[in-house]
Write a protein that binds this ligand. Sequence first.
Ligand code: PNS
Length: 160
Amino acid sequence: MKIAVYPGSFDPITNGHLDIIERAAKIFDEVIVAVLINPDKKGLFTIEERVELIKRVTKNIKNVKVESFYGLLVNYMKEKNAQVIVKGLRAVSDFEYEFQMALMNKKLDASIETCFMMTNAKYSYLSSSSIKQVVMFGGCIEDLVPSEIVNDIVDKINKK
Ligand code: PNS
């Protein structure tokens, strides 16, 4: 059984993330979306909220699980019996950072492969931080994030 982990901050999940999840779910037997618990970085949504939002938008994809993890990704992968890390690449600017992480993970555990998926061109400019900025200044995020979570994001930012 091929188990892949798609790790990230997902603060919040975007249509670009969801597109990668849907495509990965067609390739691997199981895809675990893993939200990193980073005590040094206070996000917009709590880890529990991020997990809930991702669960909500992936509920119809049977082989997708959503969890959070703390610590080294390779240790979490071992615990889950997962062999592949899935990452999305949007632009050349993502490459250097992703390349460095993939090599570090390979150094930490040579049995793990990182599999990069090219973003869908229509989402190549999307990022969680740009979504937050657009909402903060009153812009529209329909089509940028799954429709089921638009109000959660708008409400959260307006309450801040
Ligand atoms: O969405 P992000 O913030 O680009 O995701 C980064 C993430 C969570 C994939 C990365 O920070 C990570 O894997 N962190 C866990 C710590 C770790 O394993 N570090 C070693 C690789 S550099």
